[in-house]
Design a binder for this molecule. Structure first.
Ligand SMILES: [Zn+2]
Ligand SMILES: [Zn+2]
Length: 115
């Protein structure tokens, strides 16, 4: 089966934001070097920019969000926080749920790639 892509929209997947369990909104992630152009994620955990086309495995990207404790501090996704973020995304994104479900399964089956 070929790789499927959806817009990268999920809560912040980093350890810094892990503790805010009651306040973890879905975020539309943007590519900083493209002035925040939207990003996509695949069911094989690759991420790509819709503007410049840069594509790489998720662990090659770092994330920062607008929460004051995290703003300006780029950080890799944490395995456990990423899984929680995908569960939240799944609860809110009906039309993309098949891809998110496959991505969640991919992450679970490839834990070693995220450490
Ligand atoms: Zn870009
Ligand atoms: Zn954050």
């Amino acid at each position: 089966m070929s790789e499927s892509w959806i817009e990268l929209v999920m809560p912040c997947p980093t350890d810094t934001c892990m503790m805010y369990a009651n306040d973890r909104p879905l975020i539309y992630w943007g590519h900083v070097v493209c002035n925040g152009a939207s990003m996509e994620i695949s069911d094989e955990a690759n991420i790509r920019c819709t503007e410049c086309g840069y594509k790489n495995f998720m662990t090659f990207f770092t994330f920062q969000c607008s929460r004051k404790e995290h703003n300006g501090k780029f950080e890799a996704a944490s395995y456990n926080v990423l899984r929680a973020a995908l569960v939240t995304a799944l609860e809110h994104r009906d039309s993309d749920s098949d891809v998110i479900r496959r991505l969640y399964k991919f992450v679970n089956n490839n834990k070693y790639k995220f450490q």
